[in-house]
Design a protein around this ligand. Sequence first.
Ligand code: PLP
Length: 400
Amino acid sequence: MVDNNAWSAAKRTEEITYAVRDIILVADKAKAAGKDMIYLNIGDPNIYDFDTPPELIDAACSAMRGNRNGYAPSPGIPSAVEAIREDALRKGFKNVRDVFTSYGASEAIETCLAALADPGDNIIIPSPGYPLYSALNSKLSLQSKFYPLDEENDWQPNVDYISKNIDRRTKAIVLINPNNPTGSVCSRETLLEIIELARKHRLVIFSDEIYDRLIFDGNEHIPTASLADDVPIITFNGLSKCYLSPGWRIGWAITSGPKEIQPYIDGMQKMVRARLCINHPLQYAIPVALKGEHKHLPPTIEKLQKRRDIVCDRLNNITGISCVKPKGTFYVFPKLEIDVADDKFIKDLVLETGVVLVPGSGFGKLSSAGHFRLVFLPKPEILEKACSNIESFMQKYLKT
Ligand code: PLP
């Protein structure tokens, strides 16, 4: 007798969605129908005209040729761990206590959540925000408590809302700064207010700073860990975005704060040892990246800033769309000024125009519906074409 439930997916998978890739199912239909496709859904610079800095490639290749192909120490090779620590100190981090490398920032985030919270605990996460956090919470049987970012306040976190939603099972507040999908950057005041809440309620802050070096108009990015020495702060970063190599899956976590967090660090280290190590030869690129001159950054930022300006000017001139100008990243999160469900609107737009965008509601349960995310990594002429397609679609839509 066959048990039909034996092979069904576990319940924890039911709530896991990832809008950025889910939209591809719709895009495939548009492609099959012969549309000229413009993919603006994935934050992968290497699909466009951005190349990994050659000195990083050289470091990784020579490590492979030098037979650095065995297992590495679990937290990472010493020169990489040291380079991450030194870079953090240069950025003003206080009380750095631990560093470990990970399979992209993603794995570090999962490890740090899993080592901190038990099933039923809750994690306070931004909305709009990168969907990995709610997906991991589902996987780990943790509750996601969303807090809104305020669009009319440059997408800053609503600190009052966070403070009203902390309860005795809250373990951490997540900050994504610069933010995916809004491109916003937190002000010093906002960071200090959030640190004060964490201090008062004895919470950990997860500060995802994976876009920290992609900042426009000379704006400043302030690392959360540079503002406090007595609050546990875990900062996530990696080579994926600022060093243009997301496919390498090289990330890390830096734990800073008071010495009382050692038991938590011990828990993380156990998990890190259990998965042996991350890609060994690619870790040799980390010191080269962090100690280097960052020559690739000024031209990368200049290109991105121009592309951001094109997209924001064009979108803000379309009746029915408005957008807050991003201060960093390569994303913009425009608002649909019409009464429509974003997933239906974006699906229709993809099918009719071939421009692939991500519906806003994929980025959290608050302040995200009625928006969409657009990646402005492609060349200007492609972005112009995409905006023209969006404009014609909107004009047609408004007439019906
Ligand atoms: N954090 C944020 C805010 C991101 O946008 C992303 C990827 O898009 C990640 C983490 C994942 O980084 P990684 O590719 O290093 O795992």
